[in-house]
Design a protein around this ligand. Structure first.
Ligand SMILES: [Ca+2]
Ligand SMILES: [Ca+2]
Length: 350
């Protein structure tokens, strides 16, 4: 399949289909070009797929009630005369294995439940499903509730899969609906390489009866503490969170409360302060360290006390220096704060 006008591969009410080693290559940034979009499929097996498009690498639940995809080529309307009449079947028993989905820029890795208009989306399993370069949809995995009546998911199993989330804010958002929980969600041995920044480790799970997250990899590290990711959960009846056979340990990273991002210093006046940090876990011992940067050999840092000490000279007047402080709890995962020290003449300190 080459140069799709909308989605590379579609299902549309198919039953008992098997697709082996398919390819769909639409190598330009036309909008809406999903790699695999199984809008309405029953008992579908995909084993082996390579797709290039410009929207979701895998999608299901894009039912198409009225707005459709009209022909983009004038004069050929008869070939798409039913564009407004697709997809009236529920979707269930969809198995996807051994795929690579590559987006020019749009979409998500896996997107489910958008525009399903009350049709049910029951059982989905993914194994060795991989997706790269998507950006526009903002998520590695998104399981949604739109549009209209909730799709009443029953089981979503995702194993041995990878999501190139370097360009998006959230690794996974898997949402059941209030009062209509997803019965089972499994995320096992899956890899996410979130972008830098506060959102880069975001996983959000809501309204799930039985959630299992096991052997999760984020930014090249296997998750062994809850603080290794930015985890949000709401209304999860049973949550099993494992690293191998061990449970992922609940932890909070320390928060540096002093100093802030800038401190004023004055020539010939000693600048002395202690780095302060709080850790929400009772009894968690904190260790302090400092990278003095350009002030190495001039300033000092007492790690046991967390105390920084420096007396700027006349030559430092008008200059700024960055010092990086690091606080580490028992997990050994550093929390950093960079402070800019700006020096004025001593007279200003009066
Ligand atoms: Ca899509
Ligand atoms: Ca802690």
């Amino acid at each position: 399949m080459r140069d799709a006008k909308q989605w590379n591969w579609e299902s549309h009410g198919s039953k008992h289909c098997t697709l082996n080693n398919i390819k769909g290559l639409t190598p330009y940034p036309q909008p809406w070009v999903d790699g695999l979009d199984m809008a309405s499929a029953q008992d579908l097996d995909i084993n082996g797929a390579f797709t290039l498009g410009n929207d979701d690498c895998f999608a299901s639940g894009h039912y198409n009630p009225s707005d459709g995809f009209k022909n983009t080529v004038p004069g050929f309307d008869e070939y798409n005369a039913d564009f407004a009449q697709w997809d009236t079947e529920d979707s269930f028993n969809v198995s996807v294995k051994n795929t690579l989905g590559w987006s020019c820029a749009g979409g998500n890795g896996i997107r489910m439940g958008h525009n399903c208009y009350g049709h049910q989306m029951k059982n989905y399993s993914f194994d060795n499903v991989n997706s790269v370069n998507f950006q526009g949809g903002g998520r590695g995995i998104t399981v949604q509730n739109n549009t209209g009546e909730y799709p009443r998911y029953e089981s979503i199993i995702i194993k041995n899969s990878s999501f190139d989330t370097t360009r998006v804010g959230a690794n996974a958002e898997i949402f059941g609906k209030d009062g209509q929980e997803i019965q089972e969600v499994v995320l096992e041995n899956c890899y996410f390489n979130g972008a830098s920044g506060a959102e880069s480790k975001k996983f959000d799970f809501q309204n799930i009866e039985n959630l299992t997250v096991k052997d999760l990899w984020v930014n090249g590290e296997k998750v062994s503490y809850s603080s290794d990711l930015n985890l949000m959960t709401r209304n999860i009846s049973q949550f099993t969170f494992k690293n191998g056979d061990a449970s992922v340990e609940e932890n909070h990273l320390p928060v540096i409360t002093f100093p802030g991002s800038a401190i004023a210093a004055y020539a010939e006046n000693p600048l002395v302060f202690c780095v302060k940090a709080e850790d929400a876990d009772e009894g968690d011992m904190l260790e302090f360290a400092a990278d003095l940067g350009e002030l190495s050999g001039k300033a000092s840092f007492d790690a046991a006390a967390g105390r920084f000490r420096w007396t700027p000279s006349q030559e430092d007047i008008g200059k700024s220096y960055d010092v990086k402080f690091t606080v580490t709890d028992h997990t050994g995962k550093p929390v950093e704060a960079v402070v800019k020290l700006t020096v004025s003449s001593a007279g200003n300190s009066m």
